[in-house]
Design a protein around this ligand. Structure first.
Ligand SMILES: NC(=O)c1ccc[n+]([C@@H]2O[C@H](COP(=O)([O-])OP(=O)(O)OC[C@H]3O[C@@H](n4cnc5c(N)ncnc54)[C@H](O)[C@@H]3O)[C@@H](O)[C@H]2O)c1
Ligand SMILES: O=C(O)[C@H](O)COP(=O)(O)O
Length: 528
């Protein structure tokens, strides 16, 4: 039974889902990195929010970990690169808290415009300072959005409802989408120059880090108010504090900070600054949504192989997962077959072409290609699986091409892999027998029909009398029992192949003897 650790505060809905799906779950929040490292080896899944840091050091000792599920959006607390390298799927819940976070940004805008926190504190202190708190109206003001994805779009929608004019800066925002949202597509300079309020809704990346820097902040319209409910690090906090003190910026509302938990900041002492402790996603509704979603997604993955909302792997829907399962086995085995032959012949792998024909051409081929690559490169690289095979292949300079054929095929369904090295090109094709059982049907264009077996021996030879007898006797002399025996040839008297399944691995010394037999071109032992 898979075992999952919940290491941040998640709605109890998650626990219920895991348990109802038969997954063992432990809840241990607030662990130190060392304590988490000490126990992570026990778990197949780790469910987190933003507090747990999934570092390379943690992943290095997470021997059984298969999936990290982020109940929320941002995965900047996860070393996705290291997770991918270790073959761990990282998934998030991209829509569960978007409305709640957009509402927090709007709430922050109102709080800033009317100085609600200070007014409330002053009133509760019995001061009744009616003349101190003069606000500004939002109607007809310009709101500048930096980032107009899921959350930015909802903020835009609400702001349009408030009769604000909305400018949006987002390199991926199309004119059509801007029109639909009722926003004006703008560049960053236009936002800096024209916006009365600027709100950030991008992830923290190399291109967005410090997007509101001292330099860009100093080019904002005088009296602008800044809202950040996205990520700390998007705004230079020190520069922001200086420009508020100088009177150029009228105020700021921050839910996120460069260092969290934020215990001190030059901004905390300022009147026109509203701060919340990363509460953007903190509503009962959003937390229920993300907890349910992450638990469903992680359970589906651990129990059925379905992949939803993964950052580092192609999706496999719950509906597709059972249909793809035999194909994943077929592709992994075909890849392993081609990979073991290629390794044996010591050519540098340059290019892999994967062709899908018949029923296979109508499937979600991305995971199938990933499984094929995993099988193919695993004889050459350690720790490869479907998550990291593509990255590993790319890192080793292997070009990967995928072709889907819409043409009649002899088989109901067919997958072919062609491997090019600097010495040769070789292809292997397979089908599913009775829709379930992976079967090899072609090697190097030569027809052959064989099931995959745990141990196999692949021999190429000249099609002349005498080979089969000597080969059988050689194996018998070494006590190797042949379970199945399959032959194929390109033409009478031409190149021939022989694929046998055996009950145990064929020792290298026996392979050497087989290679020395008359008519044998090469012999390779295979394990699946
Ligand atoms: N405060 C919170 O509790 C809270 C809650 C949820 C999400 N968030 C954060 O909000 C951010 C946005 O979330 P989302 O769901 O809208 O993500 P999203 O991926 O739907 O949208 C992000 C948008 O940013 C745009 N973008 C990327 N680089 C950009 C750049 N250099 N300049 C301008 N735009 C750029 C993208 O094109 C995309 O449209 C994330 O970082 C997320 O972690 C915070
Ligand atoms: O990216 C997110 O989803 C938000 O930052 C929410 O973070 P939290 O789950 O820690 O509240």
């Amino acid at each position: 039974m898979p075992k999952v650790l919940i290491s941040d505060k998640l709605s109890p809905a998650a626990v219920e889902i895991f348990r109802s799906r038969g997954i063992e779950v432990d809840i241990k929040t607030g662990l130190s990195p060392a304590d988490l490292r000490a126990i992570i080896g026990e778990y197949d899944g780790l469910a987190i929010r933003s507090a747990t840091k999934v570092t390379k050091e943690l992943l290095d000792v997470a021997a059984n970990l298969k999936v990290v599920g982020r109940a929320g959006i941002g995965v900047d607390n996860v070393d996705v690169r290291s997770a991918t390298a270790r073959g761990v799927v990282v998934m998030n819940t991209p829509l569960g808290n978007t409305i709640t976070t957009a509402e927090h940004a709007i709430a922050m805008m109102f709080a800033l415009a009317r100085q609600l926190p200070e007014a409330s504190a002053s009133t509760k202190a019995g001061k009744w300072e009616k003349n101190r708190f003069m606000g500004v109206e939002l109607t007809a003001k310009v709101l500048g959005l930096i980032g107009c994805g899921n959350i930015g779009s909802i903020v835009a929608d609400r702001a349009v409802g408030l009769k604000m004019r909305v400018l949006a800066y987002d390199p991926y925002l199309s004119e059509k989408r801007a029109l639909e949202l009722g926003v004006e597509k703008a560049d960053l300079d236009a936002i800096l120059a024209r916006a009365d309020f600027i709100t950030l809704h991008t992830p923290l990346t190399e291109s967005t880090r410090n997007i509101l820097s001292r330099e860009t902040l100093s080019r904002t319209k005088k009296g602008v108010r800044i809202i950040n409910c996205a990520r700390g690090g998007l705004v230079d906090e020190e520069a922001l504090a200086d420009l508020i003190k100088s009177g150029h910026i009228a105020g700021a509302a921050l839910d996120v900070f460069e260092v969290e938990p934020a215990k001190e900041s030059p901004l905390f002492a300022l009147e026109n600054v509203v701060c919340t402790p990363h509460l953007g996603a903190s509503t009962a509704e959003a937390q229920e949504n993300v907890a349910l979603q992450v638990a469903e997604q992680m359970s589906d993955f651990l129990l059925t192989g379905a992949v939803t909302n993964a950052i580092n792997m192609a999706s496999v829907s719950a509906e597709d997962a059972p249909r793809l399962k035999p194909y994943l086995d077929l592709c992994k085995s075909l890849g392993a077959f081609a990979g073991q032959l290629t390794q044996a012949r010591e050519g540098m792998l340059r290019k892999v072409t994967i062709e899908y024909e018949g029923q296979a051409a109508h499937l979600n081929t991305k995971p199938l290609t990933a499984a094929m690559l995993a099988g193919l490169v695993s004889p050459m690289m350690e720790g490869v699986n479907m998550v990291n095979a593509g990255v590993m292949a790319r890192e080793h300079g292997i070009e990967v091409a995928e072709t889907v054929h819409d043409r009649p095929t002899e088989y109901l369904t067919l997958v072919r892999v062609t491997v090019e090295t600097d010495k040769m090109t070789r292809s292997v094709a397979g089908t599913l027998f009775a829709g379930q059982r992976p079967r090899i049907v072609e090697i190097k264009g030569i027809k052959v029909e064989a099931d995959f077996a745990r141990y196999m021996l692949y021999v190429t030879n000249q099609d002349k009398p005498g080979f089969i007898g000597r080969f059988g006797v050689t194996l018998a002399e070494h006590g190797i029992n042949i379970a199945t025996f399959h032959l194929g040839r390109a033409a009478q008297g031409g190149d021939a192949i022989c694929l046998v399944s055996v009950d145990e691995p064929v020792p290298e010394a026996v392979l050497a003897t087989v290679r020395g037999l008359p008519l044998v071109v090469q012999a390779t032992g295979l394990a699946f």
